[in-house]
Design a protein around this ligand. Structure first.
Ligand SMILES: [Zn+2]
Ligand SMILES: [Zn+2]
Length: 436
């Protein structure tokens, strides 16, 4: 039984709990844009024979330390890592490629032979400085093709992404392409890079001074303005590729050209993770301003072995869904009708039964319908329909009950039409431009 002194008194002010810094609620109508992005992504991924995988958000910390790399910003300062009650170190996933490859190994998908094509969507966690379009809980849609090192996989994945952006009416994007070599040719390049960095190290930002020693490739990622002219002058990986890597890179470029997919070579595009080999790529959107990459990925031929699995060359990418939704927002906001397709306005208790029957019949067909459960006058009903942004109001009063013909009012034009009860569904379908 509750003791009365446990109940807070009215006079005590209770402070409202806020969402955690760097996280946010996705609210309607924005969620409609997210749904549209996800539906289109699923459709395109299915068309390219990718199948969905759902991995846990919690993983062993070692998974990311071994794959993403100890000296990356992600692992060294951005992960949400904690000791579980039994002292195991756990991490909220900062990305999902490592998880997908872990699952591929754990479920022995390599035994099924051929190519395994998996996709995922969901939240990731990185403790970055919050800024526009960057959140500590952010969302990715990504895919991995495991089991082949053929350059056509790289090309086909990029073709698919370009198609997805086109389907979402995204204009003005640029595909950036690079090769980061392989464990055979990269050490030679790193030697040259380290040597070049020795001369300029003192002039670089403090992070780069450290990276120059621990992980020189990361210097190329640096976003500090003052470092840019120095980084421009550093030697380029493309000039040090081994014959196999060079051949792979040429095949990828040829493949893109033969499919008429525009790209630009970006010698500094190494991406912030250690597991990449050969192809790396990004797609940027001018609409996003300075931090303008909307998606990126590449090849990771040694990752499976790094995680204790058999050789399984792979290619993958992740789309920043927060950013893609931002880009898509403008282009499709007009196509999205955010209210229900129909609002059923019934006048007088006698009409309630018929109104509910109609609402149920339409909803069964997947048509979005809203209905009031309180009696209302016609004027107030139509006011509610327009507040909800319903496309049509279906009016059922005494006269309509007698005639068996309902008034259907187009809320955008104000035009009112009398429709036979059993024709209403067809009328709504035909007269609404949107997919229901
Ligand atoms: Zn190589
Ligand atoms: Zn720097």
């Amino acid at each position: 039984m509750l003791k009365s002194d446990n109940i807070p008194t009215v006079s005590k002010r209770i402070e409202a709990v806020q969402s955690v810094k760097g996280t946010r609620d996705l609210m309607p109508p924005e969620t409609s844009v997210w749904q549209r992005v996800e539906e289109e992504a699923r459709r395109v991924l299915r068309a390219y024979a990718f199948r969905e995988i759902r991995t846990p958000i919690l993983e062993s910390t070692a998974l990311f330390a071994r794959s993403v790399g100890e000296d990356t910003d992600i692992v060294s300062k951005e992960m949400y890592t904690f000791q579980d009650r039994d002292n195991e170190s756990l991490t909220l996933r900062p990305e999902a490629t490592a998880s997908a490859v872990r699952a591929y190994i754990e479920h022995r998908l390599f035994n099924e032979g051929g190519l395994q094509k998996l996709y995922y969507m969901g939240p990731m966690f990185r403790r970055e400085r919050p800024q526009k379009g960057r959140y500590r809980q952010f969302y990715q849609i990504g895919a991995e093709a495991l089991g082949s090192d053929h350059p056509a996989i790289d090309v086909e994945s990029m073709e698919m992404l370009v198609l997805l952006l086109e389907q979402l009416s995204v204009q003005e994007f640029t595909l950036l392409l690079n090769s980061v070599g392989c464990p055979r040719c990269r050490p030679e390049y790193l030697k040259v890079l380290r040597h070049a960095l020795e001369d300029v190290r003192a002039n670089l930002c403090r992070d780069c001074q450290r990276r120059a020693v621990t992980n020189p490739l990361r210097v190329l990622d640096c976003k500090v303005e003052a470092d840019q002219p120095i980084i421009e002058q550093l030697p380029r990986m493309a000039d040090y590729l081994c014959p196999e890597c060079r051949q792979h890179f040429e095949a990828v470029k040829d493949g893109l050209e033969s499919r008429r997919i525009d790209y630009r070579q970006a010698p500094r595009l190494v991406r912030g993770l250690d597991y990449y080999t050969r192809t790396t790529f990004e797609i940027t959107c001018s609409a996003l301003g300075a931090q303008n990459a909307v998606l990126g990925g590449g090849r990771y031929d040694g990752l499976s072995e790094m995680l204790g699995g058999p050789p399984a060359p792979g290619f993958g990418f992740a789309i920043g869904e927060d950013r893609l939704a931002l880009v898509v927002m403008d282009s499709i906001a007009k196509q999205l009708e955010l209210g229900p397709l129909a609002y059923v306005a019934w006048i007088g208790e006698a009409a309630l039964g018929s109104a509910e029957n109609l609402a149920r019949a339409l909803r069964r067909q997947g048509i979005s319908v809203e209905i009031s459960h309180q009696p209302m006058k016609l004027k107030k009903s139509l006011g509610t329909a327009s507040k909800l942004a319903a496309r049509f109001a279906i009016i059922i009063g005494e006269g309509e009950l007698e005639s068996g013909r309902y008034q259907v009012k187009d809320m955008t034009t104000g035009q009112q039409t009398e429709i036979e009860t059993n024709q209403i569904e067809r009328y709504l379908q035909q007269n609404s431009a949107r997919a229901i």
